[in-house]
Design a protein around this ligand. Structure first.
Ligand code: DHB
Length: 312
């Protein structure tokens, strides 16, 4: 039994895609929706109007499933496309949906949230505060003051279920600081982590960067980020008020990785790099592996293992 209670929502499965992977077009979203091993889907982060994104190549997968680097630059079909998708599908499925938005300016986020508030959308909204790939635009959630100001303004009018997608933090003082801000608002969830921003991968044959945008700098995902992801899930679970659920994202290639996220306190677990490399069949494989780990440990439900990390 892999069901998950998440505030007022129930998910029948624990896995979903990480935003950005297999979720830009309606036919990709349809695949996620139809897959019996996903509990939900999240849409590609949208901006008020459509964007082409950064020049190609902008995505590269390292060998041996080590990880990925991307600097897509928010290519998307625009806010209305994804709103239309969730409105058309929210009553056709028993999966609660996540609608991701990533305004480049503060006002973009406020405008999109006003439209979601005014719409018939009943699902969850994921406000992405952590895109590292728009040239000249820093990751919002590394600016604690700007984040606090934005959330204060949002909660003057937004009453639907809202969460934030966070970048990885690397210092315990920063975990304290972001948790203190988030705990002041009626957030439904946080999703941690986005890619580790602005890594650099080199092709040893040619001494050349592997992606074109930003002279090769891009967000790192996959196995390379697992330890950072687990630390962020754990540190935030220890600091956030219990009613804020956590989506653990980062470094999941196996069922054991999902189990590790849950030990650290994740409620749902999202798959990015592995989904991009392996395709939709990754969900069934990883779910089966997770069930085997739980059986071996004598656990029947995720509630029994969540937050059960042992320390020495
Ligand atoms: C993109 C990457 C991200 O990590 C993100 O959160 C949003 C957008 C991108 O490059 O498209």
């Amino acid at each position: 039994n892999l069901s998950v209670n998440f505030g007022n929502f129930t998910f029948n499965k624990v896995l979903l895609n990480a935003s950005g992977v297999l979720c830009q077009d309606a036919n990709d979203l349809d695949l996620l929706l139809a897959n019996t091993h996903t509990g939900s889907l999240v849409t590609k982060s949208s901006t008020p109007t459509a964007r082409e994104g950064n020049p190609l190549p902008r995505y590269f997968a390292l060998s041996d499933q080590m990880g990925t680097i991307n600097s897509s630059g928010l290519p998307n079909h625009g806010f209305q496309y994804y709103l239309d998708y969730v409105l058309a599908n929210q009553f056709q499925t028993d999966k609660p949906l996540f609608f991701s938005i990533a305004g480049i300016a503060k006002q973009d986020n406020l405008d999109m949230l006003h439209k979601i508030q005014a719409s018939d959308y009943i699902g969850l909204t994921e406000l992405n505060l952590s895109c590292p790939n728009v040239p000249g635009k820093p990751q919002m959630a590394y600016d604690f003051h700007a984040t606090a100001t934005l959330l204060a303004e949002i909660f003057t009018f937004f009453t639907k279920p809202l969460g934030v997608k966070l970048p990885p933090y690397f210092d315990l003082a920063h975990f304290d600081e972001i948790a203190n801000i988030l705990n002041q608002y009626p957030l439904h969830f946080v999703n941690t982590i986005n890619s580790i921003g602005n890594g650099l991968v080199i092709d040893p044959e040619t001494d050349t960067v592997v992606i074109k945008p930003k002279e090769g700098f891009g967000g790192i995902g996959g196995k390379l980020v697992k330890a950072t992801a687990l630390a962020n899930v754990r540190a935030l679970r220890q600091r956030l008020k219990p009613e804020i659920n956590i989506i653990g994202t980062g470094g999941v290639t196996t069922g054991r990785d999902v189990y590790d996220h849950i030990l650290c306190g994740a409620d749902l677990v999202a798959i990015g790099s592995t989904l991009s490399v392996e395709g939709i069949s990754a969900f069934e494989r990883i779910e089966n592996e997770l069930e085997q780990v739980m059986t071996d440990k004598g656990y029947e439900t995720l509630d029994q293992c969540r937050n059960q990390l042992n320390i020495i």
